[in-house]
Design a protein around this ligand. Structure first.
Ligand SMILES: Nc1ncnc2c1ncn2[C@@H]1O[C@H](COP(=O)(O)OP(=O)(O)O)[C@@H](O)[C@H]1O
Ligand SMILES: [Mg+2]
Ligand SMILES: [Zn+2]
Length: 505
């Protein structure tokens, strides 16, 4: 045998494609050529896999070696093809049986000593391999529990190349068979019962959680904005199976999975610092395209604390993912798409000097306006709920009786409201009020005369804009869902109006 084939997987964003790796050995000057649109990291694989094979106690064929990756049109990047390349060479040289080698998807990077190093993106890669009909895979041991999430595939974790070679030859080896484990829902993080007072903000948080509405909290330092935001994931329902796999796939590509319990079952909470670069928040990078905060927050919460401190271009760049639920990153090699359907939570002080009380504020009116303008316009237009937090009265912090409701109690109501909403929208592609287009909302529910008058008055007095109108309708439905009503009553509309119109920014 002088020609052999193995399988690797190429990833563009989250989209994987099966890649055929062929090795041909021929007479001629010993040397190795790689063809088929490889990037420099793969060219370097040549030397790495040769050293790894030698250090695993096997001979490197003293022949002319041609390695081909196909489809040729797909740009192959990264070191994840190392083991597919190495095994292709060894199969062509007759060191391992070609049939066994050609039956398995091989993903992983090799160290010079032959150890297998974990790589990013194993889960989406295997999901693609499975979709393409492959049933067996070998990955580095450190990626095994992640690989086992691709249920229906037989996956093995290899500590090193020597083990893989031994197993292909039917000899003793220390490969480990992957088993899918049901991961328990991890603890929810800090609890809402820690938050004292702030009843309006607590209610706003609950409504935001129930309807998936974007939320802005404005108030002086120390009011509890950061505290409240951090407690939002604890009241959100757990991810469903499909969301969990998708979120885990994004975090896999970012290289952020926990090795032991890779499956992400809770809504992620991502809070980039305001100094973070646009690439960090939106996604990007030169050699490897990484998902940014917006994608890591997919199916969860993106929290921008001290939101007006973020750079203007970063805030502006959020509009596209907010609109599309995904980011498109243009590269020389094409466009990469990552999902980015997140719930936006903003926190801001009322002014740049961040005085605890208005009387202490040292900012001029122009400064104050410039500060709030940074958030206004297209971004704030997408925020359904704006809530003002007053400074906490000192007495509340010293009182011991004022325990708020716990996250578990609130989460229960949120879950019921979500179920009502899912039922309400059962004949549509949407599940949460915040996602439903205005025209569909209006078809589902027309305010009665009293409600319409309330809304009209808000529009007439300039409290509500045309765009805000649909948002109040959506909010009214969420308020009704939380209250267990099929249709909003007038009080629900009034609460919704108050949430939308809180006077700030
Ligand atoms: N509503 C509150 N209940 C209990 N403690 C609070 C509250 N608000 C603020 N604190 C205390 O003040 C600290 C700062 O709160 P934080 O949420 O960071 O305020 P903000 O983000 O509005 O500036 C918290 O760690 C907590 O100790
Ligand atoms: Mg804060
Ligand atoms: Zn000020």
């Amino acid at each position: 045998m002088t020609l052999a084939r193995t399988w690797g997987v190429g990833l563009v964003g989250l989209v994987g494609q099966l890649v055929t790796v062929e090795a041909d050995l021929s007479a001629g000057l010993p040397g190795t050529a790689v063809i088929g649109l490889p990037d420099p990291a793969i060219i370097q694989s040549r030397d790495r896999i040769r050293a790894a094979v030698l250090n695993s106690g096997h001979k490197w064929p003293d022949r002319r070696i041609t390695l081909a990756l196909s489809p040729a049109g797909l740009r192959k990047s990264g070191a994840g093809y190392d083991i597919a390349l190495a095994i292709a060479v060894l199969a062509a040289a007759g060191v391992v049986p070609a049939a066994a080698a050609g039956d398995t998807v091989l993903i992983g990077e090799l160290g010079l000593d032959g150890a297998m190093r974990p790589v990013r993106g194993v889960l989406p890669a295997l999901l693609a391999a499975r979709a393409a009909g492959r049933t067996r895979a070998v990955v580095p041991l450190a990626n095994l529990s992640e690989a086992a999430l691709a249920t229906g595939m037989t996956v093995w974790g290899a500590p090193g190349l020597a083990d893989l070679i031994a197993s292909l030859n039917g000899e003793n080896h220390s490969m480990v068979r992957g088993v899918a484990v049901d991961s328990a829902l991890p603890a929810a993080g800090p609890d809402l019962s820690d938050v004292l007072g702030q009843p309006e903000a607590r209610l706003a948080l609950e409504i935001a959680a129930a309807g998936g509405h974007h939320l802005a909290m404005i108030g002086p330092p120390g009011a509890g904005k950061t505290m409240l935001a951090a407690r939002l994931p604890g009241v959100l329902p757990p991810l469903d199976d499909e969301q969990a796999l998708e979120v885990t796939a994004v975090h896999s590509v970012a290289g952020l999975l926990d090795e032991g319990t890779p499956l992400i079952t809770r809504a992620p909470f991502v809070d980039p610092h305001h100094t973070a670069s646009q690439a960090a928040i939106i996604g990007g990078g030169s050699a490897h395209i990484r998902p940014g905060s917006v994608s890591l927050a997919h199916c969860g919460v993106l929290f921008l604390d001290e939101a007006p401190e973020f750079k203007r271009p970063v805030l502006d760049a959020l509009r596209q993912p907010l609109e599309d639920g995904a980011v498109l990153l243009a590269r020389a090699s094409g466009v990469v798409r990552f999902p980015a359907r997140f719930q936006l939570v903003l926190a801001a002080n009322p002014c740049p000097c961040a005085a605890a009380k208005d009387v202490d504020c040292r900012c001029g009116s122009t400064e104050r306006r410039a500060y709030s303008n940074k958030l206004s316009g297209p971004l704030m237009d997408r925020v359904d709920i704006r809530v003002d937090l007053p400074a906490l009265p000192p007495s509340i912090l010293t009182s011991t009786v004022q325990q708020g409701e716990s996250s578990a109690v609130v989460a229960e109501r949120v879950l019921l409201a979500r179920k009502r909403a899912a039922h309400r929208w059962r004949d549509t592609p949407w599940r949460r009020a915040a996602e439903v287009p205005g025209s569909v909302v209006r078809r589902a529910w027309t305010p009665d005369d009293g409600q319409a008058e309330l809304l009209d008055r808000a529009v007439r007095t300039g409290r509500l804009t045309g765009r805000g109108y649909d948002r109040v309708l959506r909010l009214s439905l969420t308020v009704a869902d939380l209250a267990g009503r099929d249709r909003p009553c007038i009080a629900d509309v009034a609460s919704a109006l108050a949430l939308r119109c809180a006077e700030a920014l």
